[in-house]
Ligand binder design. Structure first.
Ligand code: TTP
Ligand code: MG
Length: 365
């Protein structure tokens, strides 16, 4: 496989998205450390303002921990309608430049601007214009990455956050990837990163020492992709019809768990993350599947399908607990728990021929 250097791909990602919208709409919050979601006693933080990040507050952090790190933190309730409105606005701006837009969530998207509606020659120029248009129209900042493929464009947008623009040219790609730390590889979750570090793999250059077969054997399906990605080969098109068939969160446990009493608290944490992910994607499913892997590597998956979209967290919780209760005698101890939502709202009107090129998330972070 050889890389296709002819394309111009832009990845746009809003800065501290929910928190910035909250600060924009409430002047009392400007310049202050805030966390959206969570709360001192329960729930997880969806995101934190840059002022709070200085103290180490991060997405998916429990509220009490955020408070511990940053005692002055202000917890703010999420307002998804406001985020959706901004999301719509930025997509309108994107469509002034191209119709090849692949949204990944409310706040980020890939754009193929190889041929763009304004006949702008350089991807960087398109990205600059989009950044200023977004600022103008929404009073919010975003960051942009520009390269010849999706993988590099996505990593690039993260390099100079907030309000930053990074271009990775084909000439720069090789050295950039060789020095890139594995934890910064888009798609490498914590579990994989730790496993790699235990194997002495810290950078792209280290990954390059392994054959494709080795990587597949050690890291499963995604391992095969690492082989190409680390060589800057990612010819996946920007797919405007991309649609999820399912959304999953799973966790490999540090120690095996036995019995409902041990499993429930972990399941509740997974439900928190799972629910945040569904909200972020703004896409809910009619089917919830519980996946368990027993300590002897048997995989058990059980589903419940409703005749409505399960949008309510309590309903998700009840469904997951029911599935667990119904199957508690099928295993002795377990090493992995996962939840999947499928039969999603947003696959209905999409092309049925669509095939996922490959999923980035290994759902283990
Ligand atoms: P991100 O783009 O991952 O984060 P961000 O925009 O807050 O910050 P950054 O400047 O680093 O891009 O996610 C976009 C929004 O999605 C975020 O504002 C809140 C929501 N979100 C969750 O609800 N849960 C999560 O675990 C993450 C990562 C994001
Ligand atoms: Mg963002």
């Amino acid at each position: 496989m050889i890389p296709d250097y002819s394309r111009k791909i832009v990845h746009i990602d809003m800065d501290a998205f929910y928190a910035s919208v909250e600060q924009r709409d409430n002047p009392d919050l400007k310049g202050k450390p805030i966390a959206v979601g969570g709360g001192e006693n329960r729930g997880v933080t969806t995101t934190a303002s840059y002022e709070a990040r200085k103290f180490g507050v991060r997405s998916a952090m429990p509220g009490w921990k955020a408070k511990q790190l940053c005692p002055n933190i202000i917890f703010v309730k999420p307002r998804f309608d406001a985020y959706k409105r901004v999301s719509q606005k930025i997509r309108e701006i994107f469509s002034e430049y191209t119709d090849l837009i692949e949204p990944l969530s409310l706040d980020e998207a890939f754009l193929d601007v190889t041929c763009n509606k304004k006949d702008i020659q350089y991807g960087m120029e398109v990205a600059q214009q989009i950044m200023s248009r977004v600022k103008e129209e929404t009073e919010l900042t975003c960051s942009a990455g520009v390269s010849y493929c999706k993988f590099l464009a996505k990593i690039a947008s993260d390099v100079k956050k907030p309000n930053g623009l990074t271009v990775i040219t084909p000439q720069r790609a090789k050295s950039f990837l060789e020095t890139l730390e594995v934890k910064d590889f888009f798609g490498v979750g914590k579990v994989t990163a730790n496993k790699m570090e235990r194997m002495g793999i810290f950078t792209g250059a280290d990954i390059k020492q392994y054959s494709q077969l080795d990587l597949a054997q050690k890291f499963g399906k995604i391992g095969r992709h690492f082989y190409y990605l680390v060589r800057g080969i990612d010819n996946r098109p920007v797919n405007p019809n991309r649609v999820r068939k399912s959304l999953a969160v799973e966790r490999t446990l540090e120690t095996n768990l036995e019995g409902i009493d041990q499993i429930l608290p972990v399941l509740f944490r997974i439900i928190d993350t799972f629910y945040e992910r569904l909200l972020k994607a703004d896409n809910f499913g009619r089917t919830i599947t519980l996946k368990l892997k027993s300590s002897d590597f048997q995989i058990i998956t059980r589903s419940i399908t409703k005749d409505f979209f399960i949008r309510n967290k309590e309903e998700i919780r009840t469904t997951a607990i029911t599935l667990l209760e119904q199957n508690k005698d099928t295993f002795k101890s377990i090493r992995l728990i996962g939840l999947t939502a499928s039969n999603l709202e947003k696959e209905l009107d999409e092309l049925s021929s669509y095939q996922l090129s490959f999923e980035w998330e290994e759902n283990n972070d």
